[in-house]
Design a protein around this ligand. Structure first.
Ligand SMILES: Nc1ncnc2c1ncn2[C@@H]1O[C@H](COP(=O)(O)OP(=O)(O)OP(=O)(O)O)[C@@H](O)[C@H]1O
Ligand SMILES: [Mg+2]
Length: 226
């Protein structure tokens, strides 16, 4: 059976891709066939091979095999903005069908699929489609990446409260040291943990540009049981 996880975050730009790639490398280190998905990517570059998104390319590079790009990123939108608006700009409507069928193709080749959402949990995909619809359709466990900076406790609590309200399950959270100037990081992290109703899967340290977190930064045991 393929295990699949949906990576959401306290905001856009807080380390979902970094965390998703770290998870992929950690699963790979356990000998599992691991692959990433960025089902809806807003912000793509035109290449000779078609539209390409840097998150999707990073996830492909972190996986244990390199599937067709369209399976990893079935909905590739040019405009770097919120997905519903990017879809409108492209004259498109985001629907679940192409995403679910790409997922099924990948699931036939992978032990683990790590799916990166777009922005934060409530960033809509259309007037009638939230990201939670995909999570429910595929019965995914949600992992919340908390970008550790001032304000993250409220964003994290809002997300952790809304995910179950939307009928989804929060399997765990990851702290990511996105802001080197965050004041009182240890005390703040402890406080954050005390307010979140799910286990912490690990802390990703402040990274130098181009560096990846250590492969043992995240614990997978909770996820393997979920
Ligand atoms: N722990 C860290 N230390 C230093 N830089 C980081 C860290 N985590 C993320 N970054 C940097 O912050 C930026 C945003 O990270 P990332 O792309 O993973 O965020 P995201 O949540 O996936 O963003 P998006 O919403 O656009 O998908 C990137 O330039 C990344 O290299
Ligand atoms: Mg990203």
């Amino acid at each position: 059976m393929t295990r699949a996880f949906f990576i959401t975050g306290t905001d856009t730009g807080i380390g979902k891709t970094v965390a998703a790639c770290a998870l992929l490398r950690a699963f790979a280190a356990r000998g599992l066939r691991a692959v990433g998905m960025k089902p809806v990517a807003a912000g793509c570059e035109r290449t000779t091979d078609g539209w390409r998104n840097e998150d999707a390319l990073a996830l492909i590079a972190a996986g244990t095999f390199q599937p067709d790009y369209a399976l990893v990123n079935p909905v590739a939108l040019p405009e770097p903005t919120t997905p519903e608006l990017a879809a409108t700009c492209a004259g498109a409507d985001i629907t679940l069908e192409p995403i679910v069928s790409a997922f099924r193709m990948l699931a036939s080749q992978a032990d683990v699929i790590v799916i990166e959402g777009a922005g934060g949990w409530l960033a809509p995909w259309s007037a009638t489609l939230d990201q939670s619809a995909l999570v429910k359709a595929l019965d995914l466990s949600v992992i919340l990446v908390c970008g550790l900076k001032l304000g993250c406790i409220s964003h994290a609590r809002l997300s952790a409260r809304t995910i179950p309200d939307d009928g989804c399950r929060l399997a765990g959270w990851i702290g990511n040291r996105i802001d080197p100037n965050w004041h009182l990081p240890d005390a703040n992290t402890e406080l954050l943990a005390s307010h979140l109703p799910a286990p912490c899967l690990g802390m990703l340290p402040i990274l130098a540009p181009g560096d990846a977190p250590p492969v043992d930064a995240l614990t997978l045991d909770v996820l393997m049981r979920s």
